[in-house]
Every structure is written in C-alpha cells, then in structure tokens.
Design a protein around this ligand. Structure first.
Ligand SMILES: [Fe+2]
Length: 264
C-alpha cells in the first residue's frame, strides 16, 4: 500500500476518529472491525507530537504585576486554554494547554468515549467511575459534614487509576462505563494534550459536563489514617463524589488552533 506522507497526521487522526466512532453503533457482529479501527486510531494518536500541531510550551506570566495572581480572575490569564480543532456530530477534537500547576477539576463525560494524548509536559490523570448501584448503600458520615441538600448529589464511585502521562506515553482512554470521570493535573511545569470526545458534549442530548469533589469518610478514621489513605489512593478503592458547581479557580480560555487545517 503506498504511504501517504502528504496528509497531515492530525487530518488522518480526524478521519480515523470519524470512521471509528461512527461505527460504535454497529451491530455486535462487527466488533472485530471496530476493534481494528480503534487500534488504528490509537496508533495514529500515539504518534502525534506537539510539533505536528504547531503548539509549544510558553513562559508563565509573572505571578505579580500587570497580569499577576493579585488581579481579579477576569484579568488573569486562564489556567487552562482550549484550542478547538473540529467538531461533528460524531466527535470533537481540540488541544488543552495547562499552565504550570494548573488542574482540570474532576468532571464527567456522560455517555461519551474519549482519548487524551499528551503533547508536551507531564500530567497526572485520576480516573473514577460512578458505581451502578449509586446510592443504594447509605453514604458514611463525611468530614466536613454535608448540608442536607448536598446528600442528594453524592455518588458512590470507584477510583480506577492514577497514572502519569508524558509525550512518549500512549493515550489515556475513557468510555461510557470505564474511567469516565477524571481529574487532570499538570506536573513539573506547563503541559498540553490532544483531546478527542465521541460523541461531543451536548447538554440538549443529555451530555452536559458536571464537576465533582471527592469526599472523605470521617467515621472511625484517625487523621493519620485519613492522610495515609489519601497518599495511597489504591486503584479500585471506594470513593464518594459530591457534585459541585464549576470550581471558581478553574476556567478555560480559548485561542485559535495554530496547526494544519482539518476537514471532516
Ligand atoms: Fe475530560
């Protein structure tokens, strides 16, 4: 098969994403085809680098002065910036830039698949899933205690994994039922990642983004035990998540995507 060296890698990724995720509604008999398409998409995404998209780490602005942390939020540069690449009914694709020390707080992707590939820097991704039985078991007491109305927004969940990714790592994957909630923290400086979501967020179709806070049970645990549990963060550990408004210290700015044009 002749090699296609002229088509930009990001265009190939877009075409393969459309083919792969459009096929998700295919009958079960076609699973092998879907698996092959997904494997091909993962292979393309694994190869993508910051230079392919013309993005590069930037100097952080100073923490005081004209654009410093003393300023009200609207005058500060955003902790996270999104560069939109493309969106169809099947998938959306863009680049997130995280300033040094920035986090994307714990959030969900209801009914969606996703793929996150680091372009530069290093990130830690903590993945959770809400558990099927939701609130069927009574939530423990928490510290600090919950307000009465808050208990209706508490979800029993499992911490699936805490993993670090850099530009040489493969993509971090999520599906409607596995690793669907995540928090992303930039480690050791600024970071950027390519993000593919399929289907895209669409509040009118039940796919809005919700934010969560991890609750720590207070009952029967000393402060020492609680600290050890937070440090260990064992995979598959039970967790309790409280749905919260978008945290005030997190907001996302927008910038034009500087890389090769993509048409889908
Ligand atoms: Fe996400």
């Amino acid at each position: 098969m002749p090699r296609d060296n002229k088509t930009p890698l990001i265009q190939k990724i877009a075409q393969q994403a459309r083919l792969t995720f459009r096929g998700l509604r295919a009958p079960p008999g076609e699973d092998k085809v879907l698996a092959d398409r997904l494997a091909q998409l993962i292979s393309l995404v694994t190869a993508v680098r910051a230079a392919d998209l013309k993005v590069a780490p930037r100097e952080n602005k100073p923490s005081s002065g004209a654009a410093g942390l003393q300023d009200p939020p609207e005058l500060q540069s955003p902790p996270v910036t999104y560069m939109h690449i493309c969106e169809t009914e099947v998938f959306s694709m863009g680049v997130f830039l995280l300033r040094s020390g920035a986090s994307i707080p714990l959030h969900d992707h209801p009914g969606m698949n996703g793929m996150l590939k680091v372009l530069y820097g290093k990130v830690s991704v903590r993945c959770f899933d809400k558990l099927e039985d939701g609130l069927s078991s009574a939530p423990p007491r928490f510290h600090p205690p919950l307000a009465p109305l808050e208990t209706s927004s508490v979800w029993r969940a499992a911490l699936r994994s805490v993993t670090q990714y850099s530009e040489t790592s493969g993509p971090c994957l999520l599906s409607p039922v596995r690793d669907n909630l995540h928090q992303i923290d930039a480690l050791d400086g600024p970071a950027a990642f390519l993000d593919i979501l399929a289907p895209p967020y669409n509040p009118e179709d039940g796919r809005d983004c919700h934010y969560y806070k991890v609750l720590r049970p207070a009952e029967g645990r000393t402060k020492e035990q609680q600290r050890e549990e937070e440090e260990e963060e064992e995979a598959e550990a039970e967790a309790w998540l409280l749905e919260v408004p978008q945290p005030e210290d997190f907001w996302c700015g927008g910038e034009p995507y500087p890389g090769p044009a993509v048409s889908v």
